[in-house]
Ligand binder design. Structure first.
Ligand code: ATP
Length: 304
């Protein structure tokens, strides 16, 4: 039996460029891995089968559309295994469709778990290529830490970071579809008259102040530099998130933003005890389903 822990991500910067001809957007995406994560257990089995536990388990597909199953099959195909056998159990703590790349995390965890179960010894650079085939956010879940993603987010560069930052995640009822949030971002840009194409929107780049805050381990400077170009679109589709962000700020968060495409909201706290108090205040505020205190950065998908 192989157990793999895998982190969720928050984007401390999500810069969204114009809509490209291929339907994707150029991104400047600073991923940050947090300890709130899933655990994927691989055991020998017949074919590729799945099970899932946790509060959101009912929303997780258990067929071949699940990224964990797709990852297992992709790894098997890469090695020419005709009849791969594995049962994958996903202990799900990452909110589903929450903007924290939970499906991508399970895909990365399944690559690592099946590689170990089947004794394949696949090199990391090959796993990263397979991860990029599965989806834009999957390579980062393998890498962990803090990284700048360019292109669709899949071209990764590890970034220097000092110390530990303390976070709270406020989980909403129901998810948001990532493609729908990107479409709303484009629609809002058209409505504002700025245009939404590659020609209209400058190519985003990582903000120097954000990189410096990470490198020096300064939570107040990181809080001031947090940006998410998808936030107006997530708020437009889910106006109630404004109350969640306000509740966190009133309860002492030093920084607040929508995580990725939302609807999970992320808050920075000055230390671990402030994060615990903030999570309790957010849960009591009634503006979210629940709130979790956690920390990061942590390493990517790994056997434990
Ligand atoms: P991202 O932040 O990468 O845009 P997300 O965190 O918003 O993603 P996910 O939790 O990855 O969203 O789920 C999006 C959809 O993917 C789900 O609604 C579900 O149908 C599908 N899915 C496929 N595999 C998984 C998985 N292992 N866990 C959760 N959802 C999965």
């Amino acid at each position: 039996m192989i157990k793999v822990r895998v982190p969720a991500k928050v984007n401390v910067q999500l810069g969204v460029g114009g809509l490209r001809g291929d339907g994707f957007h150029d991104l400047a995406n600073v991923f940050f891995a947090v300890a709130l994560g899933d655990e994927v257990t691989a055991t020998p089995g017949e074919g590729v089968t799945l099970s899932c536990s946790g509060p959101d388990a009912a929303q997780v597909p258990l067929d071949d559309t699940n990224l964990a199953a797709r990852a297992a099959r992709l790894l098997a195909a890469h090695h020419g295994l005709a009849d791969p056998g594995v049962h994958l159990h996903i202990a799900k703590a990452i909110p589903v469709a929450g903007g924290m790349a939970g499906g991508s995390a399970d895909g990365a965890a399944a690559l690592v778990a099946c590689d170990a179960l089947w004794g394949l010894g696949t090199p990391m650079d090959v796993l990263l290529d397979l991860a990029a085939e599965l989806g834009s956010d999957v390579p980062f879940a393998l890498l962990g830490g803090v990284a700048l993603g360019r292109g669709r987010g899949e071209i990764l560069e590890a970034l220097p970071v000092t110390g530990t930052f303390h976070w709270v995640f406020a989980v909403a009822d129901g998810g948001l579809s990532t493609p729908a949030v990107f479409r709303e971002c484009d629609r809002l840009r058209e409505e504002a008259g700025t245009g939404s194409s590659e020609a209209d929107v400058p190519t985003p780049d990582a903000a120097p102040a954000l990189l410096a805050a990470l490198a020096t381990g300064d939570p107040a400077a990181l809080a001031a530099a947090l940006t998410n170009d998808l936030q107006p679109a997530a708020l437009s589709l889910r106006p109630a998130l404004a109350a969640t962000l306000a509740a966190g700020t009133e309860a002492g968060a030093i920084g607040a933003l929508v995580s990725g495409s939302g609807p999970t909201c992320a808050f920075l706290a000055k230390d671990a005890s402030a994060a615990e108090a903030l999570a309790a205040a957010l849960t009591a505020s009634g503006t979210c389903r629940t709130a979790h205190a956690t920390y990061g950065p942590v390493r990517g998908a790994a056997v434990h």
